[in-house]
Ligand binder design. Structure first.
Ligand code: PLP
Length: 402
């Protein structure tokens, strides 16, 4: 009912004080939250996501048990540090770490981990960040050239300078008494001359802490503990990518004293650089349940994704001018993926037109476009949506066939 109609309706009611107040109240209140479709109400487009966990597309969808956890835990107060202690201990157990804490995304894990490395267990130092000069704190982070990506803003937020090195010799030459941390980017492990273990060995030789960013690198599920087992001091992971926890959650895991130090720069402590990286009780518990589920269902989910990919593959590969290739990207979105390619001489449609047609169709579908091709992952899709994607692709390819 439109507001205008509501007001018109009210004027017809008898003028008896209490009754009017009550009816007016009922008329102004919107439908119960559960019945409202706010995307529709606000005109926000929703879509089937065949691309994967992309932050600007809201990352991933939480499973029902995560949403139930959020709802149920929202009905009580608790002490946030006590909750972080207890959930952190459980996450540490699941990931073979000494300790862990829930952060506001992997970015926040990187920043808080860096802060902890710089300050140690000194709260006064935490209050000084990002100002390092004259504090006695170290000022430099070393990483390999191919590992310096935009997310390292999380490190420089703490006031440190990043020094890039190329190879062991340059690394050894660059390490000094200013070096706070040796940082490694798992996704670019093949984009640097020094591997995971050699990086660690050199750091240990010089007694310098190590951190690894593996934000998007589960699956495989083993990566949750692999780097803790190897001996990295701090490991940073996203909670809102394939783990499908709250999109704004992350995990910082590692050595006990460093996790405790990182928490000195985190909310709820107010005079810290991390105060704006707040995580609420619902997110902390939601992530915990999502993580448990992710670990327990890793094998069955993989099988589901393969079946979904096969459904799309079987529908499109028989079409004239269309070829497919199944593959698993080595890092980040390491899941069954289908490349669908078309011969522009046989299927007359540009990649851009294909992208727009799928976006503007019903339901809307977002794809990852290539050159007369697209790659499709199903791991953040709702089971059943693969059939819709297969049908829509078939429609578009058939329409464009010459
Ligand atoms: C996604 C990502 C981040 C940031 O993770 P959030 O959980 O979104 O904060 C950091 N590093 C890498 C390599 C990533 O892929």
């Amino acid at each position: 009912m439109k507001r205008r109609d509501l007001i018109k309706g009210l004027t017809l009611l008898p003028l008896a004080g209490g009754a009017i107040a009550e009816t007016a109240q009922a008329a102004i209140s919107p439908a119960p939250a559960a019945k409202r479709d706010l995307y529709k109400e606000l005109g926000v487009r929703t879509f089937i996501n065949t691309r994967g966990t992309i932050t600007f597309m809201t990352g991933s969808l939480m499973h029902d048990e995560v949403v139930d956890t959020i709802k149920n835990s929202s009905k009580s107060f608790c002490m946030i540090d006590e909750l972080q202690d207890k959930v952190g201990a459980k996450i540490a157990e699941l990931t073979h770490a000494e300790a862990a804490t829930v952060t506001s995304g992997a970015f926040s894990a990187l920043m808080l981990g860096m802060a902890g490395v710089l300050t140690g267990l000194d709260a006064k130092k935490a209050a000084m960040l990002p100002h390092l000069e004259g504090t006695g704190m170290k000022t430099e982070v070393i990483m390999q050239k191919g590992h310096d990506i935009g997310y390292n803003q999380a490190l420089t937020n703490c006031g440190v300078k990043i020094i890039q090195v190329d190879g062991v010799e340059e690394l050894e030459r660059t390490i000094s008494d200013k070096t706070a941390l040796l940082h490694f980017l798992n996704a670019n492990a093949n984009n640097g001359k020094i591997g995971h273990e050699e990086w660690l060995r050199i750091a240990k030789k010089h007694n310098i802490p190590t951190m690894i960013d593996m934000a998007a690198d589960v699956p495989p599920v083993e990566n949750l503990w692999k780097f803790n087992d190897l001996g990295y001091d701090l490991v940073c992971c996203s909670g809102g990518k394939a783990i499908r926890g709250p999109q704004s959650s992350g995990i910082l895991m590692g050595k006990k004293d460093l996790i405790a130090a990182a928490r000195l720069s985190a909310s709820p402590r107010s005079n810290t650089i991390g105060r704006g990286h707040k995580v609420n009780k619902e997110e902390i518990l939601g992530l915990y349940v999502a993580l448990e589920r992710f670990i327990n269902t890793a094998d069955s989910e993989w099988k589901l994704w393969e079946d979904q990919i096969a459904t799309i593959d079987n529908t499109v590969k028989v079409l004239k001018g269309v070829t497919t290739r199944k593959f698993v990207p080595p890092f980040a979105n390491h899941v069954p993926t289908l490349e669908v390619k078309w011969d522009p001489a046989v299927v007359k449609i540009s990649t851009q037109q294909m992208t727009e047609n799928l976006r503007n169709g019903n339901p809307s579908i977002e794809i990852n476009p290539g050159r007369n091709s697209m790659s499709i992952a199903t791991f953040v899709m709702i089971p059943g949506e693969e059939k819709i994607v297969a049908r829509r692709l078939k429609e578009e390819f058939t329409k464009a066939a010459v």
